[in-house]
Design a protein around this ligand. Structure first.
Ligand code: ACO
Length: 335
């Protein structure tokens, strides 16, 4: 481990980027495959359509595009980037996809690695990167959330296939010794409830030579108890955000934007109601993209930043939640 290089007190947010595949799958099209309808999906989830990776897309490509766009907005020399964390559950390479993104970017001075925490992944990666920056080890970091769940959805399971889509988002964050725009965070996991949402391995028995057996590697499809995940989200997310408000001496009235993992519009509305945050302050783009797992938070933030909705010094309460079970929250000031 290197020694502390910088005398830093905080983190500032310098850029955002995102990428979605071109291919669109509408609710009407899904209803040609399974017994469902646009009306059912829209009213129960808020989703109208989602993006599906084409044959040329993968997490490395999508993550690279999102990272490049965030770097351009930050106006950084790529060689000054110290750290790249890719949050994903669907890497193009199971050994890790972040180093491939590093190479494509030409970020030769960065260390790059993957982090897996399903739909909480981006938030956990952002918290991890911020701690490196505040600790004085690194100055500039790119945090990417990218997932290609379409490869792991059971397209015959109407209870889950309606929810998910593919995409990527990224934020560029920098250490500073003047102020701290990473106001506070909290993170939790509960493996006891892990069986509510899984993407389990699927192994077949084979043998190398007589008497030496082994299991082939592979994965099953997403298995989800939707009602339990729903109940978990609407209970735990308000609790962790309220706890964070108390810890940081903030309250709901001071929040400009609530940026939640885009799982279901009903979850977003319910959490907003519990926190007494009005609907117009809750960012939502899941109508267009569905649940893109680790990508949702930077994807919806990038859209709001580029549309000039999120402005310099806006206060954002954000929360990621999902498989694990895992959940977390952060309070940040944009800029
Ligand atoms: N079309 C039509 N009917 C359907 C469909 C569908 N696509 N899916 C389920 N139904 C039926 C069910 O069979 C059930 O019928 P029944 O009453 O005759 O048995 C009825 O609709 C109601 O089913 P519920 O499961 O109670 O529906 P619910 O209102 O809970 O909505 C949903 C289901 C949308 C999955 C919801 O529970 C949800 O969003 N849960 C959260 C899931 C989630 O966010 N997962 C990702 C987390 S993030 C991560 O880590 C990846």
């Amino acid at each position: 481990m290197e020694e502390i290089k910088f005398n830093q007190v905080g983190v500032s947010f310098k850029g955002s980027g995102s990428y979605v595949p071109d291919q669109i799958l509408t609710n009407q099209e899904i209803s040609q495959k399974v017994d469902t309808s646009h009306e059912w999906i829209k009213s129960r989830t808020g989703i109208s359509e989602r993006r599906i990776s084409s044959l040329g897309d993968n997490v490395t490509e999508m993550g690279y595009e999102a990272a490049l766009s965030a770097i351009e907005m930050a106006n950084w020399d790529i060689k000054t980037i110290d750290l790249i964390i890719l949050a994903t559950s669907t890497p193009h390479d199971l050994f890790g996809s972040a180093p491939s993104i590093q190479a494509k970017l030409g970020a030769y001075n960065a260390v790059a690695y993957d982090l897996t925490a399903a739909c909480s992944g981006f938030l956990f990666a952002l918290i991890t990167a911020s701690q490196f920056l505040k600790g004085g080890l690194f100055k500039r970091a790119i945090v990417i959330g990218a997932d290609q769940l379409s490869s792991f959805v059971d397209w015959n399971d109407r209870r889950s296939c309606i929810l998910f889509g593919d995409g990527a988002g990224a934020l560029a964050i920098e250490a500073t010794n003047e102020f701290d725009n990473f106001i506070g965070f909290d993170m939790r996991t509960d493996g006891e409830r892990g069986s509510y949402l899984n993407l389990p391995s699927k192994n077949n028995k084979d043998s190398i030579i007589d008497n030496i057996e082994f299991l082939t590697g592979g994965f099953s499809s997403i298995q989800m108890n939707g009602q339990e995940v729903y109940k978990f989200a609407v209970k735990e997310v308000p609790i962790i955000i309220e706890k964070l408000f108390r810890k940081t001496n903030y309250n709901s009235d001071q929040i400009d934007w609530l940026v939640l993992h885009q799982a279901n519009q009903r979850i977003l509305d319910s959490v907003g109601d519990r926190l007494k945050i009005p609907r117009e302050k809750i960012l939502s783009n899941l109508g267009k993209y569905g649940n893109t797992s680790a990508a949702t938070i930077p994807l919806v933030m990038d859209e709001a930043i580029k549309n000039n909705r999120i402005k310099q010094n806006d206060i954002i309460a954000t929360s990621g939640f999902g498989a694990g079970l895992s959940w977390g929250a952060a309070l940040i000031k944009w800029g």
